[in-house]
Design a protein around this ligand. Structure first.
Ligand SMILES: [Zn+2]
Length: 376
């Protein structure tokens, strides 16, 4: 029996798999893959300092043969929030779209690749296909990709190449392939001053003013941009806070959060040094949390095969980019070649997240064309 991509994607969206919940999503994929001949293993990982147990799926088809293609994805989704026009977990088709949390990020890509593989394995081919589907990508992947890749290495399941099915297309399906992403770091900035009456500047030190001056200084910082593979480095304040609601009191404590995206000209250490150096003139303290370093993987063969598959199926020439947010491709790229391609990213993490049904079907065709070329 052939399962079609729309019903598989709908069934996955109906699982309320907001991290760390799974709600049956991985078992759906696992039983689908078993039905087409894969061997599947559900792996549960938990760290000693966390109460979360995260389910992950590894599946393999074929003998090792000439080459192994991996597919990396995640079934966990971000909380839907309020005010959707439809139930975010009902997977309702509307106006040619399938609407629901995870439709784009990334149950659509997973469904399309599963259905492409379903067709592809009907023919004989030399090689094997592996699925790495994880359950905590949206919170940094400690018990997902990171643990699963350790297990992969221990068990010698490392593929030669890996396709990541995260959203990558920009305006039209097929117009963009990601070869990497910038690194990301969060910085918590705390400013200490001395409280006082705002009419008496000689008696206080305004923590908020200090903090604002520092933020403005960093917003105007001239980051170098020599590594043109990546978009420019950018720094964004994401929170400004002070526990003071009086209009004539100067606050003694204020804080802010900054998020910084950086390309190949920097790494998290060099960014930290710059932020610390620029902070010396102020009474402020910085605390760093690195989400990930930048990565870039440019395997010529993967680029050519995937571009050809897109061109033949969607009649469009993709561009190559390292924009967008971090993905777990950066972890996989330490072990094998990685390329990222999937649906339009416009509604990811938004309310009324949606995928065009025609795109879902076309994505399956592109993935199938890519599989045929890869194992040719
Ligand atoms: Zn994602």
């Amino acid at each position: 029996m052939t399962i079609n991509v729309i019903s598989l994607c709908s069934d996955l969206i109906k699982c309320k798999s907001v991290t760390p919940a799974d709600d049956g999503a991985l078992e759906q994929i696992s039983s689908f893959l078993r039905s087409i001949g894969f061997e599947t293993t559900i792996l549960t990982f938990s760290s000693p300092d966390s109460s979360n147990s995260i389910k992950n799926l590894f599946a393999k088809y074929g003998s090792s043969g000439k080459r192994t293609l991996g597919f990396l994805g995640h079934t966990d989704v971000t909380p839907p929030g309020d005010n959707w026009e439809v139930d975010p977990f009902a997977a309702l088709p509307k106006d040619g779209f399938l609407i629901g949390r995870g439709a784009i990020d990334m149950k659509g890509g997973i469904s399309a690749f599963c259905c492409a593989v379903q067709q592809f394995v009907r023919q004989k081919f030399d090689g094997s296909i592996e699925f790495f589907i994880t359950g905590d990508e949206e919170v940094g992947s400690p018990e997902g990709t990171l643990s699963l890749l350790e297990w992969m290495v221990d068990n010698e399941y490392t593929p030669h190449d890996c396709l990541v099915g995260e959203p990558s297309s920009d305006k039209v399906l097929g117009d963009r392939i990601f070869l990497g992403h910038r690194g990301s770091m969060n910085v918590s900035v705390k400013s200490n001053g001395k409280q006082g009456h705002s009419a008496y500047p000689e008696n206080y030190r305004n923590s908020l003013a200090d903090l604002c001056r520092y933020i403005v200084k960093m917003l105007n910082y001239e980051w170098k941009h020599e590594d043109k593979r990546f978009p420019p480095t950018n720094l964004e304040p994401t929170l400004l806070f002070t526990n003071n609601y009086a209009t004539n009191v100067v606050p003694d404590k204020s804080s802010a959060n900054l998020n910084i995206r950086f390309g190949g000209d920097y790494n998290s250490d060099s960014i930290k040094q710059i932020l610390l150096k620029e902070a010396k003139a102020f009474e402020i303290y910085l605390d760093f949390n690195v989400s990930g370093e930048s990565y870039y993987c440019c395997n010529k063969e993967l680029k050519v095969l995937l571009s050809e598959a897109i061109r033949e199926t969607a009649n469009i020439d993709p561009t190559f980019s390292a924009a967008g947010g971090t993905s777990d491709g950066r972890h996989m790229a330490r072990h094998c070649n990685v390329i990222e391609f999937g649906p339009l990213d416009a509604t990811m993490h938004q309310k009324n997240e949606r995928i065009k049904i025609a795109d879902l079907q076309k994505l399956e065709k592109i993935y199938l064309a890519f599989l045929k070329k890869y194992f040719a």
